[in-house]
Write a protein that binds this ligand. Structure first.
Ligand code: TYM
Length: 329
């Protein structure tokens, strides 16, 4: 089987963008690949976190992976910080990554503008840790939203560079971008992506929003004054609503457009709200159910950390040998 790796940060409240752009595809792909799904808590501390909150959110995220339909017996679902190989490989890869490459990362530029009081070295080398995550498991495919493409390109460059020096050590991974939902936009400012760090809570639908809140946010979504339901760049608000609708209902854009022919924006917004609720409500119920089963989740955490470490160490030992570290006796 080919290998799949992906991860999500346990920072902030997850949005519908995280679900439609990533998690939903993870579930679809999980039968076809040997999968590693990590809660990337080490990435989270590049921005200052409250320890108790981070711990709680990491656990909630791991539970969400399972609630979304990833079978933890078949898929390796674990905390990044439980597998020391991520940090170890990350150090080695730091020595094969250029300052210039990292300076060009748009996420670094955005985040350092936003957290000007804490532009730490971890924020700068963040993409190297991400490359280590992926290369450690020799992943063939990495399902992500469009915003992570630049990091994935860098991962490929690092892998190719390393392989050119030392021979075929790493599998060079490919991104998997879903057909719909790869870039869900803010409901209030459809020119920017829906983000958990948005200050305006009406711009994002959070995965744990209750049905009333979801309906209200959809009704308030910014559209335009064309008064015509169409799917085109000139009407970004509508385009986004149609994307959300199609991603939640598995319908094609054409099917959706036919369905809303002659209808008003209000009808579309209602239908989008209902479609989102019908996806998120069962997910929330399943999270609530799983959260009660503490010992089950604990056992998953332990077993999968061991499984991930086993695979991680295989790559790590090989890399350590290649770069010239002494053999273990
Ligand atoms: P993160 O935690 O910001 O986001 C998790 C996933 O959600 C996707 N996503 C979106 N997709 C569509 N529309 C949106 N509005 C939207 N917002 C977020 C992201 O593209 C991502 O797939 N650096 C990564 C985490 C990471 C990782 C990895 C991912 C660390 N190591 C290795 C893949 C492989 C991040 O911050 O994602």
């Amino acid at each position: 089987k080919k290998v799949l790796f992906s991860g999500m940060q346990a920072t902030g409240n997850l949005t519908l963008g995280n679900y439609l752009g990533a998690l939903k595809n993870w579930v679809t792909l999980s039968d076809e690949y040997e999968c590693f799904y990590s809660v990337v808590d080490m990435h989270s501390i590049t921005v200052r976190q409250d320890p108790a909150t981070l711990r709680k959110r990491a656990r909630a995220l791991l539970t969400l992976y399972i609630a979304a339909g990833l079978d933890p017996k078949k898929n390796c679902i674990y905390y990044q910080s439980h597998v020391s190989g991520h940090a170890e490989l990350s150090w080695i890869l730091n020595c094969f990554t250029y300052m210039g490459e990292l300076s060009r990362m748009t996420q670094f530029k955005d985040k350092s503008a936003k957290h000007a009081d804490n532009i730490n070295a971890g924020l700068f080398t963040y993409p190297v840790l991400m490359a280590a995550d992926i290369l450690l498991y020799q992943a063939d495919v990495v399902p992500v939203g469009i915003d992570q493409m630049q990091h994935l390109e860098l991962t490929r460059d690092i892998a190719i560079r390393f392989n050119n020096i030392y021979g075929d050590v790493f599998t060079v991974p490919e991104a998997y971008i879903g057909k719909v939902g790869a870039k869900i936009m803010s409901l209030q400012e459809p020119s920017k992506k829906m983000s958990k760090s948005d200050e305006n809570p009406n711009g994002s639908i959070y995965l744990m929003d209750d049905p009333d809140t979801i309906m209200r946010k959809c009704k308030r979504a910014v559209t335009d004054s064309e008064a015509c339901i169409a799917y085109r760049d000139e009407q970004p608000g509508l385009k986004n609503l149609l994307d959300i609708y199609c991603a939640c209902t598995e319908k094609t854009t054409d099917e959706a457009l036919r369905e809303f022919e002659g209808k008003g924006y209000g009808d579309l917004k209602m239908a989008v709200g209902e479609a989102v609720v019908s996806v998120l409500k069962p997910l929330q119920d399943e999270v609530a159910r799983l959260e009660k089963d503490k010992s089950y989740i604990d056992s998953i955490i332990k077993e999968n950390a061991e499984k991930a470490s086993y695979f991680a160490n295989k790559t790590l030992r090989k890399v350590q040998r290649k770069v010239g570290f002494p053999d273990r006796i």
